[in-house]
Design a protein around this ligand. Structure first.
Ligand code: ADP
Length: 640
């Protein structure tokens, strides 16, 4: 119902207007147009200004308003005088009897009453909205995300501070610049389409932009359109992108590393098999009494073949070891062992070389050592052999000393000191790198691989220990290996002395040991012959099998006929039935002799698998005869 225009009921009309005046939430001020004095105001106006009515009626309407812009109130009055109307652009403040001025929207107009017109100012409190707007504005300005208002043509109309922190340009620099100018050329097309086709829904794209200094930044753009204007929010995702790229690169590197490791282990397998035959056959020749009648030169040649073969083997083993360590593939064994015994073994193995060079050779146990520790004895031995071997190699006069001590209860320190050529600072810095050898000008070429110390240091680190060197040119070198150990048996003093006396190598022929019948399972005919001959030279009775099946059959037949084999040397890679399966079957069928796995694949996993399936020992090919003979002798002491 249109009350205001109801001609038939003026009283009702008036009542409605009064009610609107009284109840409105907007403040109404009526004023006298000439003097601008307030002549009436509604309850909302009193509430808003906190004036009482009497005070308010003393005021001129212009005294009620203020603005941050000092000219704004004058502008209001002038506009009103000219046109009798005025609409504010939200820049006005309402002064109050108490409290802060309020942000308001005001409009002024003239009511054409008789006889004189009356002025009306309607004031709306917009302070809450302004506060929210200010917060939003602050958020807009300070947010780490880039905010941009973009024109239909793609130019930046407004931007926040993040443009500068992310792309190096202030929003001021960028005003009216096409946003695509900041985009990497390859992504420009995509960026232009994204802006052009933006709809009401936010759509997101990852777009490369250029920093002012030239570097690329990855931004995740979200853009939406309201009317013709585009609103752009862009997040700098460069770090995430780079991390993802790094992860990908790392994964690719890992795959490549695995492939390389695989290649190296296959290659070393391929190389070891023929090398086994070569070394074993040369061994056989050299051990054959008939070879003594060869002209001396020929014997020297044979020895050279052997020496070079062993060098080649050392290289293959070294490269494989390094590849495995680098691929993070060293699985450390943790077994109980006697540290003094390990030192004694190493000393015994290398003492003959020092004797040959007429060097003094000493083992000193400086503090009581634990009787039993848990560590990786094979790796510990490997490091010590490398250090003591080098010490002898690079010393022509004087002596080599191995010292062992426990600087703290759970730590062992092995020091290998020599009086040889020594090392300069620069050499110390480089010798732990692969293929690093000190220049021939200082060291006589000794035919090493340059891998030993690199491997030793990495092994020491894998054991959570350290390996360091000190030395002076011409005054000897000292290498120090420190490793944490788990103590299983507390130190015992006196026996240690004995270790330093390290027992003599057992010179009995292997056959005296109680192992006399051996079955050799090996598919390679040359190797079969070479290993077989070499074992026969030791006085052993050797039968051969060409694959796993033949080995199982022969071994079980021996058991049935009362002529059991004391030991089976089992190649693990064989046709028909491989060594793993043959071992499993033999143990299942009750074969009780020793089984020694022979593998050209010297991988730790293979070794553990062999032992799990029932092998007593594991040897890698080419066979180190000393080790095999040791095994045969010890087998007698502790039958499998
Ligand atoms: P290599 O097989 O050549 O001996 P290593 O990695 O074991 O390889 O040693 C690297 C180099 O460090 C050697 O070639 C040698 O120059 C130097 N070096 C190692 N041990 C000694 C030592 N005890 N005295 C002097 N120089 C040494």
């Amino acid at each position: 119902m249109d009350f205001t225009n109801h001609p038939s009921d003026p009283t009702r009309h008036e009542e409605v207007l009064r009610c609107l005046f009284r109840e409105s939430n907007d403040a109404f001020f009526l004023f006298e147009p000439q003097s601008l004095r307030v002549i009436d105001l509604n309850p909302a106006a009193l509430r808003l200004t906190a004036y009482d009515r009497k005070q308010a009626l003393q005021l001129r309407v212009t005294e009620l308003f203020d603005s941050e812009d000092p000219k704004a109130v004058d502008r209001l009055i002038e506009a009103y005088r000219k046109t009798h109307i005025f609409h504010s652009r939200e820049e006005y403040l309402l002064r109050r009897a108490e409290g802060e001025p309020l942000a308001v929207n005001l409009s002024a107009s003239r009511i054409h009453t008789e006889p004189e017109p009356i002025g009306l100012v309607v004031v709306r409190d917009i302070s809450e909205r302004r506060k929210a707007q200010d917060t939003l504005e602050r958020f807009f300005l300070l947010s780490p995300a880039l905010f941009g208002i973009v024109s239909p043509g793609g130019q930046l109309l407004r931007g926040n501070q993040a443009w500068e922190s992310v792309l190096g340009y202030t929003a001021e620099d960028l005003k009216s610049t096409p946003v695509t100018d900041l985009v990497h050329p390859e992504d420009r097309e995509l960026a232009a389409t994204t802006i052009r086709e933006a709809g009401g829904e936010m759509s997101s794209r990852e777009i490369r932009c250029r920093h002012k200094e030239g570097s690329d930044r990855w931004l995740s753009w979200s853009i939406s359109r309201v009317g013709d204007i585009r609103y752009l929010v862009a997040l700098d995702v460069t770090a995430t992108k780079e991390a993802a790229a790094l992860r990908l690169a790392k994964e690719a590197a890992e795959v490549a590393n695995r492939a390389r490791g695989q290649f190296l282990s296959s290659m070393s397998h391929e190389l070891r098999t023929p090398l086994t035959a070569i070394l074993a056959l040369v061994d056989v020749f050299l051990a054959d009494p008939a070879s003594r009648s060869l002209p001396p030169d020929r014997r020297i040649d044979l020895q050279a073949i052997h020496r070079n073969g062993e060098h080649l083997l050392g290289l293959i083993n070294g490269v494989l070891d390094l590849a495995r360590i680098d691929a993070g593939k060293v699985i450390l064994e943790r077994s109980a062992c006697d540290p003094s015994r390990i030192v004694a073994e190493v000393a015994e193995m290398l003492r003959p070389r020092s004797v040959e060079k007429r060097l003094g050779f000493r083992v000193e146990i400086l503090s009581p050592l634990p009787g039993s520790i848990r560590t990786d004895p094979m790796r510990l031995r490997q490091i010590l052999i490398n250090l003591v071997g080098n010490a002898i190699k690079f010393t022509d006069r004087g002596e080599v000393a191995i010292r062992v001590e426990a600087p703290s209860p759970e730590t062992l320190r092995f020091t290998v000191a020599d009086t040889g050529v020594g090392l300069t600072e620069a050499e110390i810095a480089s010798i732990f790198q692969s293929f690093e050898q000190v220049q021939a000008s200082r060291h006589r070429s000794e035919g090493g691989s340059g891998l030993g110390l690199a491997i030793s240091r990495r092994l020491a680190e894998a054991m959570e220990g350290t390996l360091t060197a000190t030395g002076e040119p011409g005054r000897g070198s000292t290498f120090e290996l420190t490793i944490p150990v788990e103590i299983l048996e507390t130190p015992h003093g006196p026996e240690c002395r004995e270790c330093s006396e390290a027992g003599q190598m057992d010179q009995r022929p292997a056959s005296d040991a109680g192992v006399s019948r051996i079955l050799l399972a090996e598919d390679n005919a040359d190797n079969r012959r070479a290993i077989g001959l070499r074992l026969e030279q030791e006085g052993l009775d050797v039968a051969t099998a060409r694959d796993g099946q033949e080995a199982v059959d022969a071994a079980m037949l021996g058991e049935e006929q009362g002529t059991p084999f004391d030991m089976i040397l089992m190649d693990m890679q064989m046709p028909v039935l491989d060594g793993f399966e043959a071992t499993r079957q033999l143990r299942q069928k009750g074969y009780r002799g020793q089984i020694v796995a022979l593998t050209a694949f010297a991988l730790e996993e293979d070794r553990l698998e062999c032992l799990r399936l029932g092998c007593n020992h594991h040897l890698s090919k080419p066979i180190e005869w000393g080790k095999l003979i040791d095994l045969i002798q010890n087998a007698a002491a502790a039958p499998g």
